[in-house]
Design a protein. Sequence first.
Length: 148
Amino acid sequence: MTDHRGQILFKSAGFTGVDIRHIAVRVYPYSEIKDGKLVEAHRVYIGSKKGDIRASTPTDYIFVCASKDWVFHEFELANEKWPGLALFPKSGDYSLKFGDAQQKSVLLHDNCKVFYTHRYQIILRNTKTGELASCDPDAGSDDDEGEV
């Protein structure tokens, strides 16, 4: 199927552009158990709730690292090099690249030709210490601070 119900609704309402979504990515201190001892580390938190990527019309996602001294870390996974964000299932339906030379953002363009939820992982690097922090947005990564 080359068109989705959501795309048809958007087009019938006169929407012809690409949906753009900005997603804040933050790093916070975190305690983990390593070799039976409590160790201070950091963890990446993204968006709110589960952070799932769901779209029914072509969408540009702009992931922005909002934490000082942290950048998206290029890494290898499943025999592929990723710009701070790995995305599965691999479909060829999307493009992914750093948004700037400082690696403070990642741009994801989803053509949305196949309708399913992408699963992804993010890895950030501290520019001063080299420490790496990651998250799987489906694993309780909820930084929604509620209403102000």
